[in-house]
Ligand binder design. Structure first.
Ligand code: NMX
Ligand code: MLT
Length: 428
């Protein structure tokens, strides 16, 4: 792990020096104002975190150290984790080192399977995923070292150590959950030669050579990896880790946020939405029929899943990357066809809905991702957020490793009461 450690160390020193210099030069600088509107709107747009793993430009989408989605969509999850945590893509030998470390650490402890098998079959797969990670908390090397009196400067090393131990187990853990809930419950061993995506595909029990399913899994694990620091799941994981709760606690907490329908569960909601469209209108609904269906959904006081975003103001480039994949591998899929028809009608409807109140009428990643999994026979759509989650843990791990390296403090914003607000606003 020497190469990875050395690179992360260099990056942390560089980021720390930059921040120190900026602070020395601008100690009293103002970054932005907090308006009453910000308080009422979930802190939307407030700049209140530093995150260098990735950045979301409202008009160009996700950037990871200067690379945007088309630049990295063909990489592997291993390369992406290296990029997130070090700021550069790995050389061949760096990638070999990381891959071999992950392979060594991939075995999920037996007690996790025992616990997961004992749960009712009605449980949501995201609950099992979060519980599976939480159950391994006792394996934390950070926790052990902290109890022995670890120096602050070393926190990041053991956060990274825990991260590698956790990331290595995710394909096996996630696939095991799929097999316990939807198959006969046998856990499939993987070929030690496989990478994270190959491992996931094999352990799920799908044919690895099934016209692109493994490639789709690889793309899935890459596209969902990180989306700067303020999204619900990453922010939650950062808050939890800022109390020095180890990466198992932080990842499990972040995933609990991802499990909400306005965040990661939107991919499940989208497939449910499309399935309902097909059940009501048949497998080849017309654009007009879809328009009416969307209008009725809005009239019923529901959101259109997969549309809108807190930061983006254009079609999510991750949506576009999945669309390219769909056009290449399964253009005839009725699910993909309905995704396209929704794309034709929803933005125009949302632009004028509620007097133009929707900040972003364009699709996000969740509007398409599930329809591709469905095409390959993964029809249990309640599982789709787990696929998102495997990838997002890469971002949690990278963000928290860097945050510990920079000695970032416990996150604890101030809240105010109505009476404080009244007094404050009236005194202005
Ligand atoms: N359908 C209907 N109404 C919407 C939608 C939508 N897709 N998107 C936003 N609105 C409404 C929103 O509910 C709000 O209404 P109200 O003031 O009555 O509560 C109004 O438009 C203004 O909200 P915005 O400022 O546009 O959006 P906000 O930043 O608050 O929320 C989302 C962003 C993503 C939560 C919101 O667009 C949404 O609920 N989308 C559908 C769910 C979804 O696709 N989530 C996945 C996000 C990506 N991810 O992977 O996490
Ligand atoms: C994400 O990938 O986290 C979502 O697009 C939501 C967000 O960025 O707020």
């Amino acid at each position: 792990m020497e190469k990875l450690l050395a690179k992360v160390d260099r990056r942390i020193k560089k980021l720390g020096d930059e921040l120190q210099q900026l602070y020395t030069e601008h100690p009293d600088a103002t970054i932005g104002e907090i308006t009453f509107q910000n308080l009422l709107s979930g802190m939307r747009g407030m700049k209140s975190l530093i995150c260098n793993t990735s950045f979301v430009d409202p008009y160009r989408g996700l950037f990871i150290s200067g690379l945007e989605v088309p630049d990295f969509e063909h990489k592997t999850p291993e390369e992406i984790f290296f990029l997130l945590v070090t700021g550069t893509l790995p050389s061949k030998s760096e990638l070999e080192e990381l891959s071999s470390e992950l392979k060594k650490r991939s075995k999920v402890p037996e007690y996790v399977w025992k616990m997961l098998r004992s749960l009712p079959k009605t449980i949501h797969p995201m609950t099992m995923f979060s519980l599976g990670i939480l159950a391994m908390e006792g394996e934390s090397v950070f926790k052990k070292k902290y109890e022995e009196g670890l120096h602050k400067d070393e926190y990041w090393k053991y956060t990274l150590e825990d991260s590698l131990n956790l990331i290595a187990k995710l394909p096996s853990l996630a696939a095991g959950i799929y097999r316990i809930l939807f198959m006969n419950g046998d856990i499939i061993d993987s070929d030690q030669q496989l990478d994270l995506a190959g491992n996931l595909t094999q352990r799920l029990g799908f044919n690895r050579h099934n016209q692109g399913f493994e490639e789709l899994n690889r793309l899935y694990l890459v596209l969902h990896c990180d989306h700067e620091g303020g999204n619900v799941s990453a922010f939650t994981s950062r808050v939890v880790n800022s109390a020095l709760s180890n990466i198992y606690y932080a990842a499990s907490a972040g995933l609990n946020g991802l499990a909400g329908p306005l965040h990661g569960l939107a991919n499940q909601e989208c497939l449910h939405f499309i399935t309902n469209i097909h059940d009501t209108l048949g497998n080849k609904p017309s654009v007009d029929e879809i328009r009416k269906y969307v209008m009725k959904t809005l009239d019923d006081g529901k959101v259109i899943p997969g549309y809108g975003h807190a930061v983006l103001r254009v079609t999510d480039p991750r949506f576009t990357a999945f669309m390219k994949f769909g056009d290449k591998h399964c253009p005839e899929s009725p699910y993909l066809q309905t995704v396209k028809k929704l794309y034709e009608v929803v933005p125009d409807i949302l632009k004028t809905y509620k007097g133009g109140k929707v900040s972003n009428p364009w699709p996000n990643v969740d509007a398409i991702s599930g329809s591709l999994l469905y095409h390959y026979g993964m029809t249990h759509y309640e599982y789709y957020t787990v696929m998102f989650g495997i990838s997002r843990v890469l971002g949690f791990c990278a963000q928290n490793t860097i945050a510990r390296g920079l000695h970032q403090p416990i996150i604890r914003p101030k809240s105010v009461t109505n009476s404080w607000l009244k007094e404050h606003l009236e005194s202005q």
